[in-house]
Design a protein around this ligand. Sequence first.
Ligand SMILES: [Zn+2]
Length: 304
Amino acid sequence: MSEQRHTAARSWRLILPLALVVAGVIAAIIFQPDAGHPPPESPQAKTSPAFEDFARVPVVPPQPVVPEVEAPAEEAASPPPENGLALIMDDVGYDRQALQRLLALKIPVAISVLPDAPLARQSAEMAHQAGQLVMLHLPMEPENAYLSHHMSDAFLYTGMDEQRLRQVFEDDLAQVPFVEGVNNHMGSRLTQQPEPMQWVMDLCREHGLFFVDSRTHRDSVAAQAARDAGIAWASRRLFLDHRTDPQSLQEAWEKAVLCAEHQRCILIAHPHAETLQFLESVFGEGKKYPMVELKQFLHPAASS
Ligand SMILES: [Zn+2]
C-alpha cells in the first residue's frame, strides 16, 4: 500500500505540473477575447474598403494551439493611397444624357443622387451598372432664405423632431437603390446643428452607410458627428464648378490637381453642361490624373 501510495504520489508530482500547464493553455484559449472568433462586425464594415478591416484585425500573441492563419492575408492588402483625387458628382437624377456622358469618361466617380429627382432610381441603376459608387445626396436646410422657402418634402430641416427626421431620411433612402454612402445637398443651416446631425449619423450607422460632409458651411459639425457616431467619413475639399466659365473651371481643376499631389483631395462637381464639357476635354487629352475611388479616402469607422 505504502509503495503504491508512494508511486502514486510520485506520478502526481510528474503529472500535476503538466496538468497545470494544459489547464493554463485551455484557460488562455477560453478566456482570451477574440481567440478563434473574429471581432463582431458593425454593419458598415461590410461596405468599407479593405483598409478598414485591416485596422480592426486584433493583435493576437503567438498561439501554438490556435495558429492565426488569416492575419497574413489581411496584412497583404495594400493600404489606401495617401494622395490623389476622388470625384463626387452631386445633384444627379435630372439629366440622363449628362449622366451617360459622365459614365462614358470611364473614371472613378461617386454618383450622388437626389432622392426626389424624377430619374433618381434610373440614375442609380445606371451608375451601379457602370460599376460606380452610388450615394444618397440628402437634402438639408440651407441658410439662404429663398432656398429655405423652396424646400421639397425630401429635405431635413431645423425644428424636425427625431421621429420626423427619421421618417424623411428613410423615405429618401428608399428612392435610391444601391446606396453605400450619403453626402449633404445644401445644408448650410442644418449641418451646423449637432443634434440633427447626430440623428443623421445614427441612421447612417444603422444602414451601414458612410458620410461625406459636403461642407456647405465652414461651421459644419457633420464630419465630427459622423466620427462620433463611429461611421466611416470624409470631408469635401474642393468644388470644381462653383463658377462655370472655362477659365474658372480650369483654375479650379489645376488647384485640385495640385492638392492631389500631396493630399487626399475630394472634389465635388455638378452635372452642368459646362462642367461635363470641361471634364470631357480634360480626360480626352490622354493625360493621366491620379483618380482614386472615393471609398479609398474614407476615414475608417471608429472601432469602438
Ligand atoms: Zn447638391
